[in-house]
Design a protein around this ligand. Structure first.
Ligand code: NAI
Length: 468
């Protein structure tokens, strides 16, 4: 059997590329080594963590947040196995959904480890060790990424005591103490889950700020909110060792700028220091596919590698390791393979941290604009002054909009607050159309909504907000 395209990996990049290519009339096959489709995102990443973030937030609210609304809960009791069952059921419905989409779009699937034999040929080896070869005009590498570990530190991740995000969504009891190595997205999301369920969480982060790369004002204020929730932070602290002890594990760190060591003990240590592209045993070297200096598959503007007929998308190539970035690349590549003009606007890729409150951002940060020497103006509006937020006791956080000083074109938007991850998209759409803060500020927003704070921040950017 010969295909138009074989896609190795069925995460958000691979499965979306497969569906789109099939919709455009191409004959598509996918190769997946997991028993279920959906990759890291659906099986052990975005989706299960969001099930636990929601459930743990409900538990926390029932125990702490509802009294002021006149809802008295005698005692919120945690049933962790049931919470995990909710997570598992969520995963199952999503991975089954992908299987349904493959069937509906007549996409053939091969379960096993895919290896590029040469341009046009992929070998698939199943768990019995049997290998079959399939052929296609085009091959897409969409193998995603894997836990990177701590650079320069040897750590034995057993997923029980020393865990990665994989173990972090599957603990069978709430640890009394948890140390999180890395104050990035995974550390703060999973740290939040276990903190809400009762663990004392301490984050050790190399940089002087959490969520490195986010707008500085956003990460500073957000850190204060997490600290108020009981999370401890050691910033500017480089972890140099993580070892198991008789009762748990110990983490050794020192000031990033140099200085004395500190050793902390914990029941569980979560390693959340980044991910690396997954390229091992894919036959890329043998096929002559070039990698860049960070081990990512090198591509041109059309996702083409240096070998004709071999393409790559998602976490395995450059750019932010985000499911939605991979999805959009999947669509663009399918369009290119079908002879259309596929394109992703990398200037407008939103990013969301699904904590409580959420942190969402799109476009440039203030630091980036300063570094690029772009003259800008800032408009801000706090949820404290938003009627709907007051009604829901969700007044933490603010909206910040950055626009070009001369043209008023919006260059970035940043939101910390309840539902930030939903609200960010109106700024993203505005930016896609090259809109100005005045365009946004003059767009009628329903009252009372949290989104009115976005409109007010836009008003503040080009003139003055009404409610401040
Ligand atoms: P990350 O890159 O976001 O954060 C890792 C942090 O670890 C950095 O702040 C880094 O400075 C720190 N670090 C590295 N070495 C250290 C050391 N020796 N001592 C102390 N700190 C150290 O990586 P993370 O959180 O593991 O996430 C991996 C990828 O998955 C990211 O690309 C992220 O964007 C993505 N992801 C996205 C989510 C979302 O969009 N909601 C959710 C989860 C993951």
């Amino acid at each position: 059997m010969s295909y138009d395209v074989i896609i190795i990996g069925t995460g958000p990049g691979g499965y979306v590329c497969a569906v789109k290519a099939a919709q455009l009339g191409l004959k598509v096959a996918v190769v997946e080594k997991r028993a279920t489709f959906g990759g890291t995102c659906l099986n052990i990443g975005c989706i299960p963590s969001k099930a636990l973030l929601h459930a743990s937030e409900m538990f926390h609210q029932a125990g702490h947040g509802m009294d002021a609304l006149g809802v008295e809960v005698t005692e919120a009791k945690l049933n962790l196995p049931k919470m995990m069952a909710h997570k598992d059921a969520t995963v199952k419905s999503n991975v089954d959904g992908v299987a349904f989409l493959f069937k509906k779009n007549k996409i053939d699937s091969f379960i096993g480890t895919g290896k590029v034999v040469s341009a046009g040929k992929v070998a698939v080896t199943n768990d019995k060790g049997e290998t079959q070869e399939i052929e296609a005009k085009n091959i897409v590498i969409a193998t995603g990424s894997d836990v990177a570990g701590i650079p320069g530190v040897s750590v034995d991740i057993d997923e029980k005591v020393i865990i990665s995000s994989t173990g972090g969504i599957a603990l069978d009891k709430v640890p009394a103490n948890m140390i999180v190595v890395g104050g990035g997205v995974i550390g703060l999301e999973l740290g939040s889950v276990w903190s809400r369920l009762g663990a004392k969480v301490t984050v050790v982060e190399y940089l002087d700020t959490i969520l490195g790369g986010m707008d500085g004002e956003v990460s500073k204020q957000f850190q204060r909110m997490l600290a108020k929730q009981g999370v401890d932070f050691h910033l500017g602290a480089k972890v140099t060792g993580v070892e198991k002890t008789r009762t748990g594990a110990k983490v050794t760190f020192e000031p990033a700028k140099g200085g004395d060591k500190t050793v902390l003990d914990a029941d569980v240590v979560l390693i959340a220091t980044g991910r690396k592209p997954y390229t091992a045993n894919l036959g890329l070297e043998e096929a002559g596919v070039a990698l860049d200096n960070r081990g990512r598959v090198e591509i041109n503007g059309h996702y083409k590698t240096n070998v004709a007929g071999i393409y790559a998308i998602g976490d395995v190539v450059k750019g932010p390791m985000l499911a939605h970035k991979a999805e959009d690349e999947g669509v663009a590549l399918a369009e290119i393979l079908a002879g259309q003009a596929g394109h992703v606007n990398y200037e407008v890729i939103p990013s969301v941290v699904y904590t409580q409150p959420e942190v969402a951002s799109v476009g440039k940060t203030e630091e980036e604009l300063k570094a690029a020497g772009i003259a800008y103006k800032v408009g801000k509006f706090p949820f404290m002054a938003n009627g709907r937020a007051r009604a829901m006791l969700a007044t933490e956080g603010f909206v910040k909009i950055l626009a070009d000083k001369e043209t008023d074109r919006v260059l970035g938007g940043h939101i910390v607050g309840f539902g930030a991850g939903e609200m960010i998209h109106e700024i993203a759409v505005l930016m896609e159309f090259g809109g100005s803060s005045e365009d946004l500020g003059r767009t009628c927003h329903a009252h009372p909504t949290m989104s009115e704070a976005v409109k007010e921040a836009a008003l503040a950017t080009f003139f003055k907000p009404i409610h401040m």
